[in-house]
Design a binder for this molecule. Structure first.
Ligand SMILES: Nc1ncnc2c1ncn2[C@@H]1O[C@H](COP(=O)(O)OP(=O)(O)OP(=O)(O)O)[C@@H](O)[C@H]1O
Ligand SMILES: [Mg+2]
Length: 217
């Protein structure tokens, strides 16, 4: 489902990711770890075609970075839920509207949207915040809105960039549980994290990056 073939992406001659070969299967749950600046976000951006490799190719959901058309990118993104490291919530929209947006984009009917958003709010314990605006929430609450927005469309793949960075350990574990549940239902989950503690008692595959290169996994 996800296949990196000898990928290099340079921001400059000193930073980027290099010679990445990596396969991630359908239904897999894996962690992407490594120190700050090691390339985790860059790898995720290559996966949802926010960046295109300078060398090699990325294949995802039967699309290839070599020949994907600009007009197809939105189709791929319909099937991918992204939890951004910097949230990217729409400030002028309520929590409810932020979470509903990907469903509107995917053409889901109003009644179904209501049901799915309620479920996502419940799951992320945000039901009481549905009418609030992002600026009225704490960092951890905004992070949960971002998680709800990623999971609400039942994507084939979830790419979560440091999704527990702003959460206390108990909430972090709850979020991990939500991702585990979604993974059991068939969604591939790739989660970048610094939080070694959170994953230390897990048996999932851990892909480790250092200075833009895969060192294990
Ligand atoms: N837009 C950019 N322009 C130039 N260099 C960048 C840009 N984005 C990232 N970099 C550099 O690329 C390298 C990898 O960055 P990346 O954001 O992928 O790291 P990361 O592992 O996600 O780090 P963190 O754990 O802090 O989120 C770093 O050296 C970073 O400074
Ligand atoms: Mg990052």
């Amino acid at each position: 489902m996800i296949d990196f073939e000898n990928i290099t992406y340079n921001y400059s001659h000193q930073s980027g990711v290099y010679d990445i070969d990596l396969e991630i299967q359908d239904n897999e749950f894996c962690f992407l770890v490594g120190p700050t600046g090691s390339g985790k976000t860059t790898l995720l951006k290559l996966l949802y075609f926010d960046l295109f490799p300078h060398k090699g190719k990325v294949n995802i959901l039967n699309y290839s970075s070599k020949n994907v058309k600009k007009s197809s990118i939105h189709k791929i993104r319909k099937k991918i839920g992204v939890v951004f490291q910097d949230y990217k919530l729409l400030k002028q929209r309520t929590v409810y509207e932020n979470i509903a947006l990907p469903l509107h984009i995917n053409g889901v009917g109003r009644k179904k949207i209501k049901q799915l958003v309620r479920e996502a709010l419940d799951l992320t314990e945000l039901s009481h915040y549905s009418k609030k605006f992002p600026d009225e929430l704490s960092g951890g609450e905004q992070q949960r809105v971002c998680i709800a927005r990623a999971i609400v469309k039942n994507p084939d793949i979830i790419l979560a960039d440091e999704p527990t960075g702003n959460l206390d350990p108990t909430t972090g574990h709850k979020i991990l549980k939500i991702f585990e549940q979604i993974n059991k239902e068939g969604t591939c989950v790739v989660m970048a994290t610094h939080n070694y503690k959170l994953i230390s008692d897990k048996t999932y595959r851990v892909i480790e990056l250092n200075e833009g290169r895969i060192v294990s996994g």
